[in-house]
Design a protein. Structure first.
Length: 255
């Protein structure tokens, strides 16, 4: 997950600043800020995105993120990858850290928005954040080398992006080709890694809805990147794996 530095002075105590793809917005407590295909922050014309999806609103001394959508979820995490909240339709969660990352997907496109709060009650990693805010602390999840490679292939475009904005998650076929794997092998390993995260309670990786094959890929990327399970520093592993499978080198590399 790339980081964006706050531009200008720090927000006032009751102010929230929002950044998306280089565009900045300053919110004050008397404002209600709508994110969607229409609204104060018009993301784009993606037909899978709700016209009015997410709402930022000040109440009880805190800024709150509210999901007004009917079928899309969002993730709100601190930028250090230590705490994460999954926001289902109809749910709401407070903005409790000074710099947070809002992530959501519509179709095969993922979006990342940064929030800067002037009155954040918690520091990243604060033990009190979990019981008081609904934030879920992210523990270490062991990945096999091949599972990490699979996630990296799906997350590559996201990890190479500088700053916030929108990116497309590649298809399984494109990700398999990037690694030099067959599609059957890739799909089997994708099933395994989704099962692993589902067992530890990561939502959005199981279900029988239309578009499930797309949705689990984008949700896997969303979780892995915001949790810092994969980072841009890991990207050279992709070229190494592709070289191994092309026969360019034959004495090692992740498998």
């Amino acid at each position: 997950m790339s980081r964006v530095e706050l531009r200008g002075e720090a927000p006032a105590a009751d102010e929230l600043r929002v950044e998306f793809a280089g565009e900045w917005y300053s919110l004050h407590p008397d404002q209600v800020f709508v994110i969607g295909r229409e609204g104060d922050l018009r993301i784009d014309d993606n037909p899978y995105l709700h016209r009015s999806f997410l709402r930022l609103q000040h109440a009880s001394g805190l800024w709150w993120l509210i999901n007004d959508g009917s079928r899309l979820a969002a993730t709100l995490s601190d930028v250090d990858g230590r705490a994460q909240s999954w926001l289902a339709p109809g749910a709401h969660v407070p903005v409790v850290f000074g710099h947070m990352c809002l992530t959501f997907a519509a179709g095969s496109t993922t979006y990342e928005v940064y929030l800067f709060s002037g009155a954040a009650p918690f520091l990243p990693g604060s033990e009190s954040a979990t019981p008081n805010t609904g934030e879920s602390t992210i523990g270490a999840v062991p990945l096999t080398p091949s599972q990490k490679l699979l996630i990296l292939a799906l997350a590559e475009t996201r990890l190479r992006r500088i700053g916030s904005g929108a990116v497309e998650v590649p298809s399984s076929g494109a990700a398999a080709a990037r690694l030099g794997w067959g599609l059957t092998r890739f799909t089997r390993k994708l099933d395994n890694v989704c099962d692993k995260f589902d067992r530890i309670g990561v939502e959005g990786l199981r279900g029988g809805a239309d578009g499930y094959a797309i949705n689990r890929r984008v949700r896997l990327v969303e979780y892995a990147v915001t949790s810092l399970l994969v980072t841009a520093a890991d990207l050279p592993l992709l070229d190494l794996e592709a070289a191994v499978n092309r026969g360019a080198i034959s004495d090692g590399g992740p498998t």
